[in-house]
Design a protein around this ligand. Structure first.
Ligand code: HAM
Length: 431
């Protein structure tokens, strides 16, 4: 018997039950993710809902590993974990069939993931995440293309330039800045981790840890300044001058030109404070934020050129990102970009008139549904036409088909126009 009284059983903390209205809103996001992926030439993939724990120990980093929901079957000897991100699954899948897969590999996935985080705004223990990954292309056009896909999705949902910003950095450029400040090459990984946790640390603690990496207070201040500034995409000279460089960093020159070519430079800014917590990134990294900055990152990604090799595959460049449904839904709600009703109403609601033969009503329902139309009728015993038309409007039907013993009328519920119709014309009129 359960230890909790059955009527007190709750959904686990940080998870959601999707009732029809919420599910329709959720489905709208999943559908937009799929639609935008397909039109950008990405193919859908998926993997298992649980993985061996070891998969995440390869390269995800301590952050993810400490948040896994892990388990072992009674009597078993293998440790498993509920999937917490897609990238290791994708790397394993690509490594296994790398030679047979047509290149470049452009994949997307929209699974749910579980992380044992402390639930708060924008952060749950189960969330859906859109993954868009482009493998086999080393050039910056692939980086720019995945950022384009991200922006394409935002535009598809009505978000405008200026409301969300994609903040881009490059690990090689940050490494250059750190080395010029005196951080030794062998301590760069530590320095990246410190930078990534910067916003969560008290300034004093940050300075103390930076001192441990060889940075004196003026250098910590300089680093902090560099990490706080944002530079418009399409204007790399500005960034170079701020970093005290004669020319813009090579790693960003090609990317910048591609962002301009894709027409999305206005959505993007360079921000060397973006470091990304995950351990597998090797080059460009980026995060998308609501510009006013109230939310956590909406999406994050970057280049992970060595991960496929790490999983036993060939050397293969790769870049991609993940976007979470929770932050996206918050953004759409805040910007008033959610439709009043998500999901489609029926094409037609069949209203039995007082004298209607129930079998004839059922016949209409069956015929129209078999013809691919979304047809509903009432389950109430009433034959009050006014009440039934109200039910049809409440269901957001486009038309009502009024079925009498020897009459048939079609009413357009938007315009109120109503006229007799021949049996054989109903389906075509509804289409
Ligand atoms: P991530 O930064 O861990 O990256 O997650 C990407 C996005 O997923 C976040 O910006 C956030 O919107 C959402 N997300 C993450 N954790 C949660 C949570 N607990 N609750 C709600 N939303 C969450 C990755 O997962 C990388 N594997 C992405 C990637 C794909 N990189 C390359 N390809």
């Amino acid at each position: 018997m359960p230890s909790t009284p059955v009527s007190d059983l709750q959904a686990p903390r940080g998870t959601r039950d999707f009732y029809p209205e919420e599910m329709a809103r959720h489905r709208r996001l999943l559908d937009a993710w799929r639609r935008v992926s397909l039109r950008n030439g990405f193919e859908e993939v998926d993997g298992p809902i649980f993985e061996t724990l070891d998969l995440y120990k390869v390269k995800s980093g301590d952050g993810i590993v400490s948040e896994l929901f892990s388990f072992r079957r009674d009597g078993g000897s293998t440790d498993y974990a509920l999937r917490a991100e897609f990238t290791p699954t994708l790397a394993r899948m690509v490594a296994k069939r790398a030679n047979g897969l047509p290149k470049p590999i452009k994949w997307f996935a929209t699974p749910n993931f579980c992380r044992a985080e402390r639930p708060q705004r924008g952060r749950l223990r189960e969330f859906w995440q859109w993954n868009v990954d482009f493998l086999g292309e080393a050039g910056p056009s692939a980086d720019a293309e995945v950022v384009f896909v991200l922006v394409d999705l935002l535009r598809e949902l009505g978000v405008r330039e200026g409301q969300v910003q994609v903040r881009i950095s490059h690990r090689a450029v940050v490494a250059q800045v750190l080395q010029r400040l005196g951080v030794p090459a062998e301590r760069l990984t530590e320095a990246f981790e410190l930078l990534d946790s910067r916003s969560k640390l008290e300034p004093g603690v940050f300075a103390e840890r930076a001192a441990g990496l060889g940075l004196d207070p003026p250098k910590v201040q300089r680093l902090d300044e560099v990490c706080r500034r944002r530079f418009a995409a399409g204007d790399l000279g500005h960034l170079a001058r701020a970093l005290g460089m004669d020319a813009p960093p090579d790693d960003l020159v090609g990317l910048d030109a591609q962002l301009v070519a894709f027409g999305i430079a206005g959505w993007c800014a360079y921000d060397l404070g973006v470091v990304r917590g995950l351990a597998y990134y090797t080059g460009t990294v980026f995060e998308a934020f609501e510009t006013a900055g109230v939310e956590r990152a909406l999406a994050g990604g970057g280049r992970y050129d060595r991960l496929i090799e790490t999983f036993g595959g060939p050397a293969m460049p790769a870049v991609g990102f993940g976007m979470g449904d929770v932050v996206l839904a918050n953004l759409l709600r805040d910007k008033k970009l959610e439709p009043e009703h998500a999901g489609d109403g029926p094409d037609v609601f069949i209203v039995p008139l007082a004298d209607a033969d129930p079998a004839a009503v059922t016949g209409w329902v069956a015929r129209l549904r078999s013809g691919g139309l979304h047809a509903r009728t009432t389950y109430k015993p009433t034959r009050n036409t006014g009440k039934l038309l109200k039910e049809a409007t409440g269901a957001r039907a486009r038309f009502a088909l009024l079925v009498g013993v020897d009459s048939l009328e079609l009413k357009n519920l938007a315009t109120g126009e109503q006229q007799a119709i021949a049996d054989e014309d109903v389906a075509s009129r509804l289409r």
